[in-house]
Design a protein around this ligand. Sequence first.
Ligand SMILES: [Zn+2]
Length: 135
Amino acid sequence: MRKIGMIIIHCTATPAGRNVSVEEIDSWHRRRGFKGIGYHYVIGLDGSIGLGRELELPGAHTLHFNQHSVGVAYVGGLDAKGRPADTRTPAQRKALVRLLTFLRGEFPEARILGHNDLAAKACPCFNAAEEYKDI
Ligand SMILES: [Zn+2]
């Protein structure tokens, strides 16, 4: 297994209420020239945790930080007008805590950060480092 120093949270930048499957994201990312879906996990609107890229492989989600990180995306991140917004459903919030707790168990040295902590982006549209600092 590669060394994991960060767990990086993303959103899919899709409108609130619209579900997006792992397969759909996989096709978007292939079109962008990635070797398939760039995230390792995708949290659907109903809180289901979809498996993306294999954990053993570096993702394609955060420029310069893919080699030693795990990428987790929740579906959403835009309001009805297409503006960045924290659109997490209660089920997604629960699933994120469950998944991050699991990942911190697997990779105790890994810090939990948002994409916006590493790049000038709105993604994931909330302060992940602060919200998950006690996980
Ligand atoms: Zn992102």
